[in-house]
Design a protein around this ligand. Structure first.
Ligand code: ACM
Length: 759
């Protein structure tokens, strides 16, 4: 199957011809609903003038600022017309039409939003430099065309965490500009956290004086031991005046800002300022490291009064229908220990602490509903029962979203499997530090928000999709840009364009879109020339090579040397029959482009053999496929989210390997990852059994897996005398439930396993 997919991608690049050119020649991202090109051109230059319906003052100002085109004076028709036409027929208020014909350019919509999106598409017909110079340096011949466009989903958003790291108002405005470029309509502004409170609340000045600043910040990754700190005070907040200006800036771009005020968890910064709203007496510090804090709001009357007063000021600043109240990752340790909470659970006839969380969210919902607003919460708000009018943001995968939709609640899909843009986007060793995971552009693009499990009726509750940018490992805005783009461009297309998408076509349009991003001085990631190597099983081991650009050819060596312009050209998957060190690079006109792929295959008795697992690994932690555990290639010593490691949430690793014939076995090696901050625990045992007939297995080893202070534990089992068998059963029990008080306490541990080597 993988071979077929690979050849298909290769063909889409190699088999481009001029007739397919019209399909992508407009290079608009997100791809418009329908585009028809016609014969003829209309010339647009810096003197081209425009006219607009009187209601479109804001959109006209935007176009003038973006292009410098003059506003038309006189009676005859202008070159460019912005037309608000209530009779324009689209089933979305955001729909528009854009025509270029002998009369010039007409952008028409029934709503100002539609006109604004028409302007965005028009801007993308112009040379990319316009996004920098904000004027045309030459005349451009626009092909006659007719675009009819509308979004697939009504909610298309990006989130930004400004708490782990703080970004000044100018950066926030640039982020909003980038959302507008992508026809996104929502900015989810994550404003409060354990590590910093970032919104001025006049009634509570200590939020500014204390909660907005932390003493110092963790250096390196949370899992690095021993943990180290930079010793520098860090923080900041947005004044109400700055927020008002940003809200208006967003409104001018038809972007709604949804503020997030986290509760009942992720509240340690607020508690550092006002410890009286905790269940214990404190004192608390604004958190200096990442992760989930046990210090959460206590559901006391005074706490609700505080939060309601905060929300009153928040509602003053943000006109959005929705206020995001967080709800995620609230450890219940303090509530369990608190006599007050236990009494409250009894008094309110709640089931347990989950019920108490539900009570907490329900009370806040009632308050916000009474002020004409609705709540959004992360999918944990399902636990203990959903508040009656709540919208759910599904982040821990898609299950929460599906459950909420089935309960007839609105849903925004932002599963970490596809929408967490703080995850690594490449498995290359030189990627800048990220939280973990592995989420390449292609995977983001492949996301389908309407799960097949939903009926048509349930699917209506899926409002749309959002990309999230958490900033623990993103200290400045240049890195925000690097992490977010172009993956956010893919999210935009998931949210706007039709379901039937074509990644190769997206990549072609992205080649032009990158020039726009560059003109906007965006530090986007360009991995298009990186060689991506994938191994797969096809009567033994094979390696396929590809890249994500139309212009590069791939050359490779198998002896660890650097490929040159004379090295073997890659044409088809390479069969591997012995230990090799494959190095592959993209070449463009004889010059190396992008980053290499390297695969060090240690060929052994298990390489390329068949394997069956009792429990499937998590989809997002098995991107190299199950067979990657028998490809002779060991996974990263630093990152579990690559193409090699297999991750199992709460499940055991239980495998049967078919060696093809009875085989002499002297040694078995296996690797495990440890990153307890990320809920990844070493197993404690490893059992091996053998059989010649795939039944009546005989146990040959029951080994203990000892702890390590490294990230990777290598377990080597050597037999004093050779063992023989065709089928090998390997059983590695999962650690189980993570102890309370630890990151992920009470949740099932992850088990990560990699290369099984048999000698
Ligand atoms: C989340 O990522 N904790 C919503």
């Amino acid at each position: 199957m993988r071979t077929i997919i690979f050849l298909w991608v290769l063909c889409l690049f190699a088999c481009q011809n001029s007739s397919s050119d019209t399909q992508h020649s407009l290079h608009i991202i997100p791809k418009p609903h329908t585009v028809e090109l016609a014969k003829g051109n209309y010339a647009i230059g810096q003197q081209s003038s425009f006219q607009y319906s009187p209601e479109l003052e804001n959109e006209a100002n935007y176009l003038r600022a973006a292009t410098g085109f003059p506003i038309h004076a006189g009676d005859e028709k202008a070159d460019i017309q912005l037309i608000l036409d209530e009779t324009y027929n689209s089933d979305s208020s955001e729909g528009y039409s854009l025509s270029v014909n002998a009369e010039g350019v007409q952008i028409k919509a029934a709503d100002k939003k539609g006109v604004f999106y028409g302007i965005q598409s028009f801007m993308q017909l112009l040379p990319p430099e316009v996004f920098k110079t904000k004027q045309l340096s030459t005349t451009v011949d626009l092909s006659f065309l007719s675009i009819e466009d509308k979004p697939r989903f009504s909610y298309r958003g990006m989130h930004l965490d400004v708490c782990r790291h703080f970004f000044p108002p100018s950066d926030i405005k640039k982020y909003i500009d980038l959302l507008a470029l992508h026809k996104m309509n929502t900015f989810h502004w994550h404003l409060t956290e354990d590590q910093g409170w970032r919104i001025e609340i006049k009634k509570y000045p200590k939020l500014q004086e204390i909660a907005a600043f932390r003493k110092e910040t963790l250096v390196g990754h949370y899992n690095d031991q021993p943990q180290q700190y930079d010793g520098k005070r860090y923080g900041g907040f947005y004044s109400q005046e700055e927020i008002r200006e940003i809200v208006q800036y967003a409104q001018e771009r038809h972007i709604t800002i949804i503020p997030e005020i986290e509760m009942p968890g992720h509240a340690q910064a607020a508690l550092a300022a006002y410890p009286e709203f905790a269940c214990t007496s404190g004192p608390f510090d604004v958190l200096t490291k990442w992760g989930v804090s046990n210090e959460v709001y206590c559901p006391k009357e005074e706490t609700f009064t505080f939060l309601e007063n905060v929300l009153l000021e928040v509602m003053e600043l943000f006109p959005s229908e929705y206020i995001h109240i967080g709800g995620d990752e609230c450890p219940k340790l303090r509530w369990k220990e608190s006599a007050f909470c236990q009494n409250l659970i009894k008094e309110k006839n709640l089931k347990d602490e989950q019920g108490l969380q539900s009570y907490f969210i329900g009370r806040i919902e009632k308050f916000l509903n009474a002020h004409g607003r609705n709540i959004i919460g992360w999918d944990e708000i399902l636990e203990g029962g959903l508040a009656p009018n709540a919208t759910v943001m599904s982040w821990r995968g898609v299950a929460g979203g599906l459950e909420a939709a089935k309960q007839k609640h609105k849903v925004i899909m932002t599963p970490n499997s596809h929408c967490y843009l703080d995850y690594y986007q490449s498995d290359h060793a030189d990627e800048p530090l990220a939280i973990g995971g592995f989420l390449p552009l292609k995977k983001v693009y492949s996301y389908e928000p309407i799960d097949a499990e939903l009926t048509a009726e349930q699917a209506k509750y899926i409002l749309g999709v959002q990309g999230n940018v958490w900033t623990e490992y993103i200290p400045d805005f240049k890195k925000v840009e690097y992490m977010a783009f172009p993956r956010a461009s893919a999210i935009a297309e998931v949210g706007w364009s039709v379901k039937e998408k074509d990644y190769a076509d997206f990549l072609l349009r992205l080649e032009q879109h990158r020039k726009r991003l560059a003109a906007m001085d965006v530090n986007f990631a360009d991995h298009s020339s990186d060689v991506i190597a994938t191994s797969f099983q096809d009567n033994g081991l094979k390696i396929a090579l590809t890249n994500e650009t139309s212009s590069n050819q791939i050359r490779y060596t198998l002896d660890g040397t650097q490929p040159s312009a004379n090295s073997e050209i890659y044409t088809a998957p390479i069969k591997i029959k012995e230990s090799v060190e494959l190095v592959a690079k993209s070449f463009d006109a004889g010059k190396v482009k992008g980053r290499e792929a390297r695969m060090d295959v240690q060929y052994n008795k298990a390489t390329g053999k068949q394997i069956q697992l009792t429990h499937a690994p998590a989809e997002r932690y098995s991107q190299g496929g199950i067979a990657s555990i028998l490809n002779g290639i060991t996974g990263s010593d630093e990152r579990y989210g690559d193409m090699e490691w297999l991750g199992f949430s709460g499940k055991d690793f239980e495998a049967i390997i078919d060696l093809g014939q009875s085989t002499e076995i002297n040694e078995i090696k296996m690797r495990f990852f440890k990153a307890e901050g990320q809920w990844i625990y070493l197993p404690t045992a490893l059992r091996v059994s053998l059989s010649d007939h795939n039944r009546d297995y005989i146990e040959i080893m029951d080994a203990r897996v000892l702890d390590t202070d490294k990230k990777v534990k290598i377990n080597t089992i050597r037999f004093s005398s050779p063992k023989y068998g065709r089928y090998l059963k390997i059983e590695v029990p999962n650690y189980g439930i993570i102890p309370e008080g630890k990151q992920g306490g009470g949740h099932p541990a992850w088990l990560f396993v990699d290369e099984i080597i048999i000698n």
